[in-house]
Design a protein around this ligand. Structure first.
Ligand SMILES: [Zn+2]
Length: 123
């Protein structure tokens, strides 16, 4: 897996999992730290795992059992994206099949200017 160093922002390739003493090969920052963890909320700067012990320094290496390395976005499973697109498409097609477009004006609104110009040219 590939993780991104919070310190130097460089990508680090990890073969198995991030060890307790894993350091960034570029800048020697601790990679087993709160800020490198998926459970870490970067906005509120707090751990989202209530069971985890609070670390005094979120950038320091820790021995937290709940640590899950935050992988770079490109390694996210592609399936989730596709499912979302499919669900959205299904939603759209469902709507068009339930007879929502009963009048010409509604159809014009739905399909945008293409239809609008067609109708105004005639009228
Ligand atoms: Zn680094």
């Amino acid at each position: 897996m590939i993780i991104k160093c919070h310190d130097c922002s460089k990508e680090v390739n990890i073969e198995n999992k991030v060890g307790f003493r894993e350091l960034c090969p570029h800048c020697s920052a601790n990679l087993h730290s709160c800020v490198q963890c998926r459970l870490w909320n970067t906005r509120s700067e707090q751990c989202t795992e209530p069971q985890a012990e609070k670390e005094r320094d979120p950038e320091a290496g820790n021995f937290c059992d709940y640590f899950i390395a935050r992988e770079v976005d490109s390694s996210e499973p592609e399936d989730s994206d596709r499912d979302e697109a499919e669900a959205m498409w299904r939603k759209l097609t469902d709507k068009s099949e339930t007879g929502l477009f009963t009048t010409e004006s509604q159809r014009t609104q739905r399909f945008g200017f293409g239809f609008t110009t067609e109708y105004t040219e005639k009228g």
